[in-house]
Design a protein around this ligand. Structure first.
Ligand code: VAH
Length: 315
């Protein structure tokens, strides 16, 4: 059985449904700090859980006799810059609670890291798996500390911890909240709704991106990988494309020719974006557990626009 925290978030809401499909609905316990009436809370077990309540987390893990913990609850980069201390408390306090439950119950453990775990002094192009990590955002500090803590729990306590450094994730199911890469999701929604979008990230700003189906597949593939083959654990570089706002514009215009992209750069999120890599080297993930993204920009754009036209019921 699998316990998922942050199950109503951008990753959680799709991961829970895919895990229930693959492992059986009853075997995936979704938890989040609030309840919503949707497929995540109605297609299998759901529990209210604030990840700062370690006691409640342990109770739920025991109640359902889980053997795996997927810890997703966190504040993203832009929100973390607005409320750095709250971000530290939630991102690190939640992670320590989740790792302690995993240690006590000997659970397999997954939590995401991010391209945000790199900083201005990291090589920007083809960023290596092993390289300098001096992020200058609270989110990045949380992600580097999280990577080190997860490796520590593996080395010190034998907890089978595994992680992925996710790029910006693009999905049409649940929008992200408070991320720097959120422009890459908003642009599709606005293209369908208004055939126009004003980007808060500037032209020529490259960041790694990935379509959510590839991210979900990567989590499951990593968690099922042979541990003997893992040289790295926390956390693997993964990405599908290195793109800037104008690349989304060009691709969207192939489907919506009258689409207009304008810019109104948000200095805070622009500064975060510029501190991150342009493109990651994913050799370690490919070699150690067969990572392979299936969606490039053109395939993702076609699918996003088709799905959003239905979701926003535009013809
Ligand atoms: C963010 N979507 O923007 C997240 C992610 C790499 C980006 O960490 O903060």
């Amino acid at each position: 059985r699998i316990l998922v925290t942050g199950a109503l978030g951008q990753i959680g809401s799709e991961l829970v449904l895919e895990l229930r499909k693959q492992y059986g609905a009853e075997n995936v316990v979704a938890t989040d700090i609030r309840r919503e009436e949707n497929e995540v809370t109605t297609s299998g077990p759901f529990e209210l859980l604030d990840v700062l309540d370690g006691k409640k987390m342990a109770e739920i893990a025991n109640k359902y006799q889980v053997d795996t913990m997927i810890h997703l609850a966190a504040l993203l980069s832009a929100t973390a810059e607005k409320k750095p201390l709250l971000a530290w408390n939630i991102n690190m306090g939640g992670l320590v609670n989740a790792l302690e439950v995993a240690r006590e119950l000997q659970l397999q453990f997954f939590t995401p890291s991010s391209i945000g775990a790199f900083g201005p002094s990291t090589p920007k192009d083809n960023t290596p798996q092993d390289t300098i990590q001096r992020p200058n955002t609270m989110y990045g500090v949380n992600k580097v500390a999280g990577e080190l803590l997860c490796d520590y729990y593996f080395q010190k306590f034998g907890v089978d911890t595994r992680g992925l450094r996710f790029p910006g994730l693009i999905s049409y199911v649940t929008p992200p909240g408070g991320g720097t890469t959120d422009y890459a999701v908003e642009i599709y929604y606005e293209a369908v709704k208004r055939k126009k979008y004003t980007s808060f990230i500037g032209q020529g700003t490259y960041m790694d991106m990935m379509y959510m189906p590839d991210a979900i597949q990567a989590i499951i593939q990593l968690m099922e990988a042979d541990p003997a083959k893992l040289i790295h654990r926390n956390a693997f570089n993964v990405t599908a494309m290195s793109v800037a706002p104008e690349h989304f514009e060009a691709e969207i215009k192939k489907h919506i020719p009258e689409f207009i992209l304008e810019y109104d750069v948000d200095p805070v999120r622009q500064q975060i974006a510029e501190s991150w890599p342009n493109s990651l080297d994913t050799t370690a993930a490919e070699e150690e557990w067969g990572f392979q993204a299936k969606f490039d920009l053109s395939k993702m754009t076609k699918d996003m626009l088709e799905k959003l036209k239905v979701k926003l019921n535009q013809k």
